[in-house]
Design a protein around this ligand. Structure first.
Ligand code: PGA
Length: 250
């Protein structure tokens, strides 16, 4: 019943010409794919990619957003600016933002609430580091990130939220969580949503897996009941790898 959601995060890659060519190829090759699809180019290519994707089945996403609509925020991008460029989804709380740029749960929560208030969809990323996994703290870490990240979000707003479980040790490393490992955490994530919002909302929540998703492991992951999609980094930069992921069939 949950529509699978495959999203590509291009991170800090692609100038405008490269982004345009990639978006054009994806638009052509992914036409007719029944899953929900999104790509998030860097800010500098949003306008270019947005123009290409007009009228396609691929949503335009952004990789981050300021916790304010305007004002003295040097170097930041407002949700209004994103909407002006045709962005409909924003990735928040990515582990690279949390760990390399010091984003706290409180800051991420401000962004989540503002994005939803402004009518953007949110992909809220959660996930543990290797150290936390080895200390058996996975569930505790994910629970804190979710509870803090979703503070003040109403049940009505939750339909515009996707949770992406991304174990930090699996991002960009080539190490994917096994379907069993991922499914165990996805089951916990759904239980946390049930705890916060009730069983019906938990049932509807789309939970993506992220961390070295590739054409050869996507089917095993998506075959699990609680894994509803993927947030793809490295493999989203080429049609040869993103197209087969986006076209996965259970
Ligand atoms: P990866 O990145 O697919 O390159 O591991 C995933 C992500 O950071 O969302």
């Amino acid at each position: 019943m949950r529509t699978p959601f495959i999203a590509g995060n291009w991170k800090m890659h692609m100038d405008r010409a490269e982004a345009k060519a990639l978006a054009q190829a994806m638009k052509t090759e992914l036409a007719g794919v029944p899953h929900k699809l999104m790509v998030a180019p860097p800010f500098t290519a949003l306008e270019t990619v947005g123009a290409v994707l007009q009228g396609s089945n691929i949503l335009l996403g952004a990789q981050n957003m300021a916790p304010a609509t305007s004002g003295a925020h040097t170097g930041e991008i407002s949700p209004l600016m994103l909407k002006d460029l045709g962005v409909s989804v924003v990735i928040l709380g990515h582990s690279e933002r949390r760990h390399s740029y010091g984003e706290t749960d409180a800051l991420i929560n401000e962004k989540v609430r503002l994005a939803l208030q402004e009518g953007l969809e949110v992909i809220l990323c959660v996930g543990e580091t290797l150290e936390e996994r080895e200390a058996n703290r996975v569930n505790q870490v994910v629970e804190t990130q979710m509870k803090e990240g979703l503070k003040g979000v109403t049940a009505d707003q939750l339909e515009n939220v996707t949770i992406a479980y991304e174990p930090v040790w699996a991002i960009g490393t080539g190490k994917t969580a096994t379907p069993d490992d991922a499914d165990a955490v996805h089951t916990t994530v759904r239980a946390i949503v049930a705890d916060l919002y009730g069983a019906d909302e938990a049932d509807k929540m789309v939970i993506q897996y992220g961390g070295s998703v590739k054409p050869d492991n996507v089917k095993g992951l998506m075959g699990r009941d609680n894994i509803d999609g993927a947030l793809v980094g490295g493999a989203s930069l080429k049609t040869e790898t993103f197209v087969p992921i986006a076209q996965f069939d259970r």
